[in-house]
Write a protein that binds this ligand. Structure first.
Ligand code: AHR
Length: 511
């Protein structure tokens, strides 16, 4: 069926007076004088690990590949898709891989680079053909800031200090000479540096007191002028954040991480595509948990850093399911459905609304791994529903966040409930964008937005919706789910009303 016709049918069904629907309202508190908190564009960041086919076969197809159009081995279709997304920052090379990675293995002539075993991800051979120069040159092509995760677990202080010198040192030095001999004279000037990854787990099973000291030691030798991000808490481990904030002086740290995956249960993750509505509810419960996590981690940070100098960096987030049947369990390859679009919409609204503290986030992971925005299949790529949400929401990048009060209907399951509606809003150059998600897969939402006194005369919008929650884009049907124009919002005086279909994402533009 043609996609326009499909959208018409979906609208007709949900506009029917007999269809189940609930009421929600949003009240805006516009105040151009006090609305000054900017949604840092880095909230829309991504993460690429040496894991499965994220780098090899995802971004990188090899310098000599003639069958897939590429620039220095990086797929041109991927570059174009990520540029359209306005990808602001990209974290690399891990993840757990980062604490096994010795960067010097990945620079210089490729035939001289040693191989290692990728111990965390499938035990496959890593030939180091994609290394620092490849990654940083690729970031330049993408127009994205690199975020390098240093090896603290199995590396040395000297090794990490040398990496900073290799990428950033302007004058003559052993590492800048090495860089020049590898063909790059001018430094890339990498700003964002992670001091290890998941230090509480695959990064070394450290206790927070010990890691705080390790952080202080490593950063002492990395030098100034860079943005140093501490390996942060596992989801609701608030004691981790408290201990780091207490033991690391705020002049030594610029950011502190948090990792949270929307996983139902580590022993029962559910199929990425064949999931039940109960499993969907439980996944959305984990997605909504991000609200509590950022609120509570932020409250701890406020105690030690009331001026909010230190950024919260949610440098891993997203849905995590069973791998696709028949694929390597160590490669974490999963399809991406409307459920993922719901996770992305809700989570990004949470980050936007907490942008006073959350100033970077990195979706895990960009290509072919976990909640990917791109899946590759030979010479083809598929843009997932998550890609489309990230693209629709990129209007919020570096815009001023607009505070609002949401009264949402409930989405209920058995004896449990979640807010059905999620919203955030921003203003840039006089244009307001409001992103709304109705996570309820059965009930439409009649939403009333009260704008107050600010005069807007026109409203337009885009919608992402599909017939079923379990729908996904595939090689056979790559455009089953894609944004369409939404003309269902009516503006009258200071009020906008619209009906949101079940399981839909809408971004409105007000002028
Ligand atoms: O994103 C996959 C893995 O999840 C990362 O390597 C690790 O940091 C986390 O546990």
């Amino acid at each position: 069926m043609k996609s326009n016709m499909k959208h018409c049918i979906i609208y007709l069904v949900f506009l029917s007076p007999f269809y189940l629907r609930a009421q929600s309202s949003v009240e805006f508190k516009f105040n151009p004088e006090t609305d000054t908190t900017t949604i840092n564009k880095n909230i829309y960041g991504h993460f690429a690990e040496h894991l499965g086919h994220c780098i090899y076969g995802g971004f990188y197809v090899g310098d000599t590949n003639k069958s897939i159009p590429n620039t220095a081995g990086v797929r041109n279709d991927v570059i174009a898709a990520l540029k359209a997304l306005k990808i602001p920052v990209l974290r690399w090379p891990g993840g757990c891989f980062a604490d096994t990675y010795h960067w010097k293995d990945g620079v210089g002539p490729k035939d001289k680079r040693p191989s290692i075993v990728n111990k965390w991800w499938g035990g496959v051979l890593e030939d180091n053909s994609f290394g620092t120069d490849n990654f940083l040159n690729m970031c330049e092509l993408l127009g994205a800031e690199p975020y390098l995760s240093g090896n603290v677990g199995s590396g040395t202080v000297q090794e990490l200090a040398d990496w900073v010198q290799y990428t950033n040192f302007e004058g003559k030095s052993p590492m800048s000479d090495l860089r020049t001999s590898n063909g790059r004279e001018h430094p890339w000037k990498v700003k964002y540096w992670g001091i290890g990854n998941e230090a509480w787990g695959c990064g070394g099973n450290m206790r927070p007191e010990y890691y705080a000291d390790i952080f202080r030691k490593y950063t002492t030798f990395m030098g100034n002028g860079i943005f140093k991000i501490a390996s942060g808490a596992n989801s609701s481990d608030y004691a981790w954040t408290e201990t780091l904030m207490k033991n690391i002086p705020s002049n030594m740290i610029e950011g502190i991480g948090v990792h949270h995956y929307s996983v139902i249960d580590w022993n029962h993750k559910s199929s990425a595509t064949a999931f039940s509505t109960k499993e969907y509810f439980l996944t959305m419960k984990q997605a909504w948990k991000m609200e509590e996590l950022v609120t509570r981690h932020a409250a701890i940070m406020d105690k030690y850093d009331p001026k909010k100098k230190v950024a919260m960096v949610v440098d891993e987030w997203g849905g995590w399911y069973d791998v696709e049947p028949g694929t390597n369990p160590g490669f974490l390859f999963q399809q991406n459905t409307m459920r993922d679009a719901m996770i992305a919409g809700v989570t990004l609204n949470i980050f936007n609304s907490h942008c006073d503290r959350v100033r970077m986030a990195n979706l895990a992971q960009t290509i072919n791994v976990l909640q990917a925005v791109i899946l590759t299949s030979g010479s083809k790529i598929i843009l997932t529903p998550t890609y489309h949400v990230m693209e629709m929401y990129n209007v919020h990048q570096d815009a001023v966040m607009l505070p609002l009060v949401l009264k949402s209907a409930d989405y209920t399951m058995d004896n449990d409930k979640l807010p059905a509606l999620s919203v955030s809003a921003s203003r840039k150059n006089g244009v307001v964008h409001i992103s709304l998600v109705n996570i309820d897969p059965e009930q439409a939402q009649d939403v009333k937005l009260t704008l107050g006194k600010v005069p807007f005369s026109s409203v337009s919008g885009r919608i992402l919706v599909s017939g079923k929650l379990q729908d996904y884009n595939s090689v056979e049907n790559p455009s089953l789910i894609k944004p369409a124009a939404f003309n269902g919002a009516k503006i009258s005086g200071g009020t906008i009303s619209l009906r949101m279909p079940p399981a839909s994402v809408i971004v409105l533009e007000l002028k």
